[in-house]
Design a protein around this ligand. Structure first.
Ligand SMILES: Cc1cc2nc3c(=O)[nH]c(=O)nc-3n(C[C@H](O)[C@H](O)[C@H](O)COP(=O)(O)OP(=O)(O)OC[C@H]3O[C@@H](n4cnc5c(N)ncnc54)[C@H](O)[C@@H]3O)c2cc1C
Ligand code: SF4
Ligand code: SF4
Length: 1013
């Protein structure tokens, strides 16, 4: 197939596809750019992308491709590491629509699925039958069964369950000539069965003839290891009968398109235990593996010293690592025993301890019996590669010899020699993963932006593969061949086997319709014109408005995305709500990062960064910061969106809606006086419609209601300390939102005075600053007043931070950031930092109520105004719940509380609370209340996300995101369960979408403590 028959984006081809297919056709440059990479080092622009709805669409696309003379590249999650999912072809993405379960036969433990279904989703469905599909790849949250099948993927427990090839029973495939076939078991006399189409019989005959002819060579050259996924599985052909589907497994999209895959399922083991073996040297861990596997474990996985160190540095993993790592081991082996007999598993765990003692490491096993602890340990192991990829800078751990496999007896020597090779080339690597099957992952750190990097890669590859051959190992033990490995088939398998591979390709796909250049006829693996960072790749400096120095610039931050696809997960966690709702690559953290990278490096034409197409790419990013926490390499798209908006708005100007939202903190005091009038908009449908026409704020939404008694701390005179000391017990017995009388208010005033006074009386440690944000001040002042009362009752002196010149209240600037008005936001930051500085210098905590506002002080302020002052503020700025929880933990929170009529509380964490890990603090604070059953739930964004859900064009999407988890969960809660939500927009969304009133934690504590005082 002539790949250059068409140019990328060919309009005639796109038109034909649009006419014939029901699915999406994506031929614009931005979409092509998003599909030009997988998780490998390569980047090739496809001709275009079709997202078929069903097998009819696939058949139609293949027919058009044949007629137009273009090749086809099937695609799942695009997480391949070897470049098998990139090519100058028509990409067929099956992940969006072709992702159903066709049937489950629980009695016979079989399932038939469409290729685009993600492994975790399949296993979630199978769980109710006590079954699972056991090829547990690390990318289980986004790897599709189609991609796993075509890559012959392997999991951590392959020692027990084997690879894909051992678990796929049959495949419904469509061949290059359009023949639809069912590939499965074929008996010895298969060729005589007239009921089988001649095309199929011919294929079987040819494969068997090939096998007969090459049997000796196959026996001599194909490694006899479990972890062998290079080339086609010609060693599995047999005259006596074989499974034709096994030839398609591992074919990397080069032989046929899979429409459906039949899988063998396994019963979920009723019991698992984990022993974490500690070793003083890496060599000893490798040497011990061969003995450990004799105990019959389901998995033996390696974590080395570098990985332990990197995991300790990641907040999310630190507590787990502290629990399962004792001391400073050079390497750990995670040894799992699984089966229905719990006693037997424990017995084997004891044997493991004895064996470790015999090997010279007594007491070196940490036991994990509790399932939650085990799964936390596995989470760290699964995140291994991702953790490594969090390395900043141009030198990155590169995947090319990452999954070589050798026999266990050779493992220690092999890894030792590999390290010597790395050293000789001036680099190093980190080892981890599947020790049990001799397949360790290792990525040397190389800078592929430079020619010397590409040369180093080739030199290491040649030396490493030569060594693997010496050990009769496998150069491709897990991730497949793609562009990075296919070239080495000749050296590893010899010319006869490579000729046999070509014969297979020719028999299935004579004209080269499917995924050219993979497995057979590959290009050079170090051809830099195929790299993501091609010769001449450059990202000209743009004058950024935020500080990106931590990554060496904005482009460096964007390039942190290595396409591993973790943002495609759907459960659990937050990332990435817009993808969860759309299943579109465009609306995915990865899609956005790739688009930004291509734009910054000039690959999408001039002014791409500030184009409307880029705006569309960023439009559904709700700035939830889910990626900041959950992206393994720390891609922080919310921050990138601010940078983008700044440049975009600078070029295109602000809309009226931008201004209305951005300047809200500035005009709120005036508008509040007209609150009664403005609130009419919510009651008069025509006013809402007119409002939508004028401002773009959805008429289907009620806007936040201006409160008749806003929070007005600034109007209160400073109180002498004596009076402040006496405030406890004088508070109004009222949570209705009415303003307390001045005598009950917090102290305000010049900070020098206050701090002096406080110092004199030694009360500084019992003082806090309550920073009331725009939303809690003008719309929901009852929250601020409740917080104030709670803090007073608990014995704190609450200081309302004075604004300079007693002017408008302090502000975090978030509304400006949301409109790209970074200069204004910086101004607010400067003002806030200056006003709070004296308190910070006195060690007084700054407490906020609204997560997105307060956490701006901890997050964006540090890049708006990098330096010691913003860093100091970041250290002192805490959410109300964090303060309460830490005081409770320190035994200093003297709040008397009594039981509430409600017996349960359901906590919905705002995305930023999740990003900064504060939901646990809300739960801890609520647990002060006797008899209250407190639960939080795992969910992505509620969909409101600041102003997003109010925007007319985003209303539907906002509700769709809400319906992913938050709204149904709240609806399902018992009527007398308290719904607790820290974010003002979350409370509104819950009110609008679930018809329930959600309360801020402060109000719940206020109610519980009111009756107790
Ligand atoms: C961080 C990380 C960890 C990983 N861990 C593992 C691991 O533990 N074990 C492992 O084996 N791999 C691992 N991989 C590699 C990769 O995730 C797996 O190979 C995965 O199975 C690929 O699935 P996918 O849906 O992303 O497939 P894609 O990358 O989209 O496609 C893979 C191949 O399948 C072909 N294909 C897709 N759909 C079809 C179809 N319908 N018909 C025919 N061909 C099709 C494609 O053309 C391509 O050649 C890892 C990758 C990363 C980035
Ligand atoms: S954005 Fe993060 S999670 Fe998503 S593909 Fe890129 S690196 Fe992976
Ligand atoms: S901030 Fe949220 S919506 Fe935006 S890319 Fe990250 S996870 Fe997705």
């Amino acid at each position: 197939m002539a790949d250059d028959a068409k140019q990328p984006g060919d309009p005639a081809l796109a038109k034909r596809l649009r006419q014939a297919l029901r699915g999406d056709i994506l031929f614009d440059a931005f979409s092509r750019g998003r599909y030009s990479t997988d998780a490998s080092i390569y980047q090739i622009e496809p001709l275009g992308v079709a997202v078929p709805r069903d097998r009819d669409d696939v058949a139609a696309a293949l027919a058009i491709a044949r007629e137009e003379g273009v090749s086809v590249l099937p695609r799942g999650g695009g997480t391949s590491q070897c470049g098998q999912t990139v090519g100058r072809s028509l990409v067929l993405d099956c992940s969006k629509y072709m992702n159903g379960i066709v049937s489950v036969d629980a009695a016979n433990r079989r399932a038939v699925v469409e290729p685009g279904i993600v492994l975790d989703r399949l296993n979630k469905v199978l769980r109710k039958d006590g079954l699972f599909f056991p090829v547990d790849v690390s990318t289980s949250s986004r790897a599709t069964i189609g991609g796993m099948t075509a890559n012959n993927s392997c999991g951590s427990r392959s020692l027990r369950y084997g690879n894909m090839v051992h678990n796929v029973r049959a495949i419904d495939a469509i061949l290059a000539d359009g023949t639809a076939t069912h590939m499965g078991e074929t008996s010895g006399n298969f060729g005589d069965d007239a009921a089988v189409p001649e095309r199929m019989r011919d294929l079987v005959r040819r494969m068997r003839a090939l096998h007969r002819r090459e049997a000796d060579e196959i026996d001599a050259r194909i490694p006899k290891l479990l972890r062998k996924v290079g080339g086609y599985n010609i060693d599995m052909i047999s005259d006596a009968g074989h499974n034709m589907a096994h030839l398609l497994v591992g074919s990397e999209g080069t032989l046929a398109f899979f429409n459906a895959i039949e899988l063998d399922l396994q019963p979920i083991p009723q019991n698992r235990v984990l022993g974490i073996c500690h070793f003083p040297t890496f060599y000893k861990a490798m040497d011990a593996t061969q003995h450990i596997v004799k105990l019959g474990p389901a998995a033996v996985e390696l974590i080395d010293r570098t990985m332990i160190g990197l995991s300790r540095d990641i907040a999310m993993y630190r507590p787990t690592v502290e629990r399962f790592v004792k001391g400073e081991p050079a390497a750990l082996l995670l040894v799992e025993f699984a089966g229905d007999d719990g006693d037997d598993n424990l017995r084997r765990l004891t044997q493991l301890g004895t064996l470790m003692g015999d090997l010279g490491f007594p007491g070196a096993v940490v036991e994990a019996i509790e399932p939650a602890f085990q799964s936390a340990v596995w989470d760290v192991r699964r995140a291994g590669l991702n953790i490594m990829m969090s390395m900043k800078g141009d030198g990155k751990p590169i995947s090319f010899i990452e999954d070589c496999a050798v026999a266990l007896e050779d493992l220690a020597d092999y890894t030792d020699r590999l390290e010597t090779i790395f050293k000789r080339h001036g680099t190093y690597g980190t080892f981890y993963a599947h020790a049990s099957v001799g397949c360790l992952h290792v990525r040397p750190v190389i800078n592929l932006k430079q020619d010397i990097g590409a040369k180093t890669m080739r030199a290491i590859a040649e030396e490493a593969f030569a060594m693997v051959r010496e050990y009769k190992g496998s150069h491709s033990g897990e991730h497949g061949d793609g562009l990075v490995r296919s070239e080495f088939h000749e050296k590893m398998f010899g010319t006869r086997i490579v000729a046999a591979f070509k014969e297979v390709k020719d028999a299935f796909d004579h004209d080269g319709l499917f995924n050219p250049g993979k497995i057979v006829d590959p290009p050079k693996m170090d051809d830099r014109s195929l790299f993501r960072f091609k010769p001449g790749y450059a990202t000209p400096d743009i004058k950024t408005v935020l500080d990106w120095s931590e990554w060496g610039g904005f482009a460096g931050a964007v390039e942190m995305c290595n396409n591993n696809g973790a943002c495609r997960k759907s459960d659990p966690g937050v990332m990435c709500p817009s993808f969860r709702a759309t299943a579109d690559e465009q609306h995915l953290t990865r899609g956005r990062a790739n688009t930004l990278r291509l734009a910054l490096s000039g690959q999408l034409g001039t002014e791409a960064l500030t184009s409307d197409t880029m705006r569309e790419t960023m439009a559904l990013c709700v700035s939830c910061k889910g990626c900041k926490r959950e992206c393994p390499t720390g891609v922080d798209m919310a921050r990138m969106k601010i940078e983008f908006l700044y440049h975009y708005k600078k070029r295109h100007g602000l809309t009226l809606r931008d201004r209305l939202v951005a300047y809200l903190p500035r005009y709120a005091a005036v508008a509040s006086r007209l609150g009664g009038l403005l609130n009419l908009r919510n009651r008069l449908p025509f006013a809402a419609k007119l409002g939508e026409a004028l401002t773009g704020l959805s008429a289907r939404r009620k806007l936040p209601v201006w409160h008749s008694e806003p929070y007005r701390d600034l109007q209160n005179p400073p109180l002498p300390l004596r009076e402040r000391d006496g405030v406890r017990g004088l508070l109004p017995d009222d949570a209705s939102g009415a303003a307390p009388s001045p005598s009950h208010r917090s102290a305000t005033g010049p900070p020098e005075l206050l701090s002096k006074g406080l110092s004199r009386e030694g009360r500084r440690d019992k003082c806090v600053v309550l920073l009331v944000d725009t939303f809690n001040r003008w719309f929901e002042p009852e929250n601020a007043r409740a917080a104030e009362r709670v803090l007073h009752r608990a014995g704190y002196t609450v200081i309302a931070a004075p604004a300079p010149d007693n002017g408008r209240p302090l502000c975090c600037g978030r509304t400006f950031l949301a409109a790209g008005l970074v200069g204004q936001a910086r101004e607010e930051a400067r003002r806030t930092i200056a006003a709070l500085k004296p308190f910070i210098e006195n060690g007084i905590p700054i407490i906020g109520l609204e997560p997105s506002c307060l956490l701006t002080l901890r997050d964006e302020f540090t890049v708006l105004l990098p330096g010691a002052e913003s860093a100091a503020l970041a250290k002192h700025a805490v959410l109300f719940e964090e303060f309460v929880a830490s005081e409770i933990a320190g035994g200093q929170f003297a709040l008397s509380v009594s039981a509430l009529p409600e017996r349960a509380a359901l906590v919905h964490g705002h995305c930023h609370q999740k990003a900064f890990n504060t939901v646990g603090a809300v739960e801890a604070a609520l647990r002060l209340i006797p008899g209250l059953d407190v639960k939080s739930f795992d969910a992505t964004c509620c969909g409101m996300a600041g102003a997003f859900g109010y925007e007319a064009e985003h209303y539907e999407m906002s509700m769709k995101i809400g319906e992913l988890a938050v709204l149904p969960t709240v609806r399902a809660a018992a009527a007398d369960t308290l719904i607790v939500a820290g974010g003002t927009s979350c409370r509104h969304q819950i009110g609008d979408g679930a018809g329930r009133q959600a309360l801020h934690l402060a109000r719940v504590l206020d109610r519980a403590s009111r009756s107790a005082t």
